[in-house]
Design a protein around this ligand. Structure first.
Ligand SMILES: *C/C=C(C)/C=C/C=C(C)/C=C/C1=C(C)CCCC1(C)C
Length: 246
């Protein structure tokens, strides 16, 4: 970290996490998720009634993450291991809620519960197979990663070209704009996670913890991904609610 003097950086890290970048990003992640939750829930009341559920769900997503980050930091600091189980419990709760957001913004223009369950089903397949590769059958990380990746691309397909995209397009205006922003988060922001997965498992053109010989810290990558995606998703919904509440 050369944007800070190294002794400053060390002092900051020591203050929060005993001098450890992974613990530090858990700490900052926990704070950022809490702040985002307060923002989404307090702003909810300034929006038209029809957007309040979406804002509430945005706050739930960051709230669930804030609580998990608190526990994940603790687990990591006490054991030195990645909190894989807590991580996937967090995701299995929050990613389906992100799928619900797609339903909530498109339901007025034909979005159905059936489509919502397709998204949720694919996200559960994506996460359960990811957990198998990362948490249980680590020597088969590649094959589980591949299955998980297929489910991920199905979600990408639905939100870019499939039913979700069609409903958003027919809604037009702020909803279409919000959907295309959320779709970009799914394609680009969510692509951060497979990089974290590869950094945490073996078999990706380097030793364990390496991709093409580069050393990368899985938990730091996941923590950055969560901050970008969970807070980013909520801000897109917020912008939609603001645009459509005037
Ligand atoms: C708030 C948490 C979010 C948005 C988590 C998203 C997680 C993913 C998109 C994970 C995807 C994975 C793959 C596509 C392949 C390797 C295994 C996973 C589970 C890391």
């Amino acid at each position: 970290m050369n944007f800070l003097l190294s002794q400053d950086w060390e002092a900051i890290q020591n203050a929060f996490s005993g001098g450890d970048q992974v613990a530090f990003t858990f700490f900052i992640g926990s704070m950022a998720m809490m702040a985002a939750t307060a923002f989404f829930w307090l702003e909810m009341r300034n929006m038209d009634a029809k957007w309040r559920t979406s804002m509430m769900v945005s706050g739930l997503i960051t709230f669930i993450a804030a609580v998990h980050y608190y526990y994940m930091r603790d687990y990591y600091v006490n054991t030195g291991d990645s909190p894989t189980f807590f991580r996937y419990v967090d995701w299995i709760l929050t990613v389906p809620l992100m799928c619900v957001e797609f339903y909530l913004i498109t339901k007025k223009s034909g979005g159905t519960i059936g489509t919502m369950w397709k998204l949720i089903g694919a996200s559960v397949v994506m996460l359960v197979t990811g957990y198998f590769g990362e948490g249980i059958y680590r020597e088969q990380a590649q094959i589980w990663g591949l299955v998980s990746g297929l489910a991920y691309f199905y979600i990408v397909y639905l939100v870019w070209f499939g039913e979700v995209a069609e409903c958003a397009k027919s809604a037009g205006g702020a909803v279409a704009k919000a959907n295309s922003a959320l779709a970009k988060f799914v394609l680009i922001g969510w692509a951060i996670y497979p990089i974290g997965y590869m950094a945490g498992t073996a078999g990706w053109y380097g030793a364990e913890g390496q991709i093409f010989g580069m050393d990368l810290a899985m938990d730091v990558i996941y923590n950055v991904g969560d901050a970008v995606n969970k807070i980013g998703f909520g801000l897109v919904i917020y912008a939609l609610a603001v645009a459509d509440s005037e």
